[in-house]
Design a protein around this ligand. Structure first.
Ligand code: FE2
Length: 379
């Protein structure tokens, strides 16, 4: 590849950045929100004030938890009927991903789900509307990515990967992050760390992507536990770190830890917890990657390459202990028989995942047999 590219949303960043919605004068604004977060932050009245000069605004979608194709059908129709000129998502990854799905089926209403899920093969949008993603957690990076997880269920799995659905604007308003629950901070932060570390090792990532990924991982390791403990400055740094990690995966790929995350969808484990549990074991399996060594040095882990990376892995495990994050699925309370009965299929799925070739280390069947065992029992 003679040269690479690097895409990202434009940012509105800082305390009060949500006020940028007041710029949507005369526009038709379709809102996709997490109702729980809207209530917790008391945002409905503020949104009404900010959009008072819009031509019209309408709440199109508020899905509690993860979206599915079925749950999205009604909101897709509502969006097509409302004809927004802007879609505004306010929430975490699931909310922002849902908004991207609405956007796609509004721009391309004749599309089937199968067409929507063709990776990087979606037709150009006619340009009926634009999207603003207001992130209320710091982890998924969805505010800047062109990925939307539309349905995680095994039967109806649907993931959209299309540059057309990368939000035009990402809003990082620090005021919205002040009252995040601790478990959300821990899990979403570990997801961001997995994005950053995984993206840094992707064999076709360019140097800009790798540098962004290492910066994101460094900032996460330095700030996440303090953010968990209530340090608002650290929480702002985590917002930046998580979105940089989102840029990193958006311009390369997620790492192996994301290819062994089946317990998340199937056994209802939060995605960030899956990532936290998987990351240290994946690093042990694939070490020493040059980018692991580079990151280790950034966060004060030195010695031989092997020693530095081992110290880095231990540092990550200590972060998990400091935030009461279980180190393995057994400690997370997953049923042993239910987990083990699924492992043979998960191994086949992981081996069939086209992403496997992009990781700095290509896991073998034997590696995966040991990895899934370790993820359950701990090493
Ligand atoms: Fe993730």
């Amino acid at each position: 590849m003679p040269y690479g590219t690097f895409g990202a949303a434009q940012y509105k960043i800082g305390a009060g950045a949500l006020d940028c919605l007041a710029e949507l004068k005369g526009e038709r604004v379709g809102l996709v929100v997490d109702k729980g977060i809207m209530q917790a932050l008391g945002l409905e009245a503020r949104i009404a004030e900010l959009l008072k000069d819009a031509e019209a605004y309408e709440y199109l979608c508020s899905i509690p938890g993860e979206p599915t194709r079925e749950l999205l059908e009604g909101p897709i129709k509502a969006c097509q009927a409302f004809e927004p000129t802007w879609i505004v998502a306010i929430g975490g990854g699931a909310t922002m991903d849902s908004a991207k799905v609405l956007w796609l089926f509004y721009e391309l209403p004749h599309y089937t789900w199968e067409q929507a899920c063709q990776l990087f093969a979606v037709d150009p949008f006619p340009g009926k509307c634009k999207m603003i993603a207001v992130a209320t957690t710091s982890g998924t990076g969805s505010e800047t990515t062109c990925c939307a997880m539309a349905d995680k269920s095994a039967e109806n799995y649907a993931m959209i990967l299309a540059p057309q659905v990368r939000p035009n604007y990402a809003v990082l308003d620090y005021d919205l992050l002040k009252s995040l629950p601790k478990s959300v901070i821990a899990f979403s932060g570990m997801d961001a760390l997995s994005h950053a570390i995984g993206a840094s090792t992707i064999n076709w990532a360019n140097e800009l992507t790798r540098t962004v990924a290492i910066a994101a991982a460094t900032a996460t390791i330095e700030s996440l536990v303090d953010s968990y403990n209530g340090d608002q400055g650290a929480r702002q740094r985590m917002a930046v770190a998580a979105t940089l990690a989102g840029q990193a995966i958006d311009n390369s790929n997620c790492g192996l830890a994301h290819s062994v995350d089946q317990p998340g969808g199937e056994m209802r484990v939060p995605h960030g917890l899956c990532q936290a549990i998987a990351m240290p074991y994946v690093m042990e399996l694939s070490k020493p990657q040059p980018e692991y060594v580079r990151l280790a040095h950034q966060v004060g882990c030195f010695g031989t390459d092997e020693e530095a990376v081992d110290a880095l892995i231990e540092k990550i495990r200590q972060m998990m202990r400091d935030m009461n994050v279980p180190l393995c699925y057994k400690d997370a309370g997953l049923d042993e028989a239910a987990y083990m009965s699924r492992v043979p299929r998960w191994i086949e799925e992981t081996l069939a995942n086209p992403s496997l070739d992009s990781h700095g280390y290509k896991a073998t069947r034997e590696d995966l047999e040991k990895l899934y065992r370790d993820l359950y029992y701990g090493a």
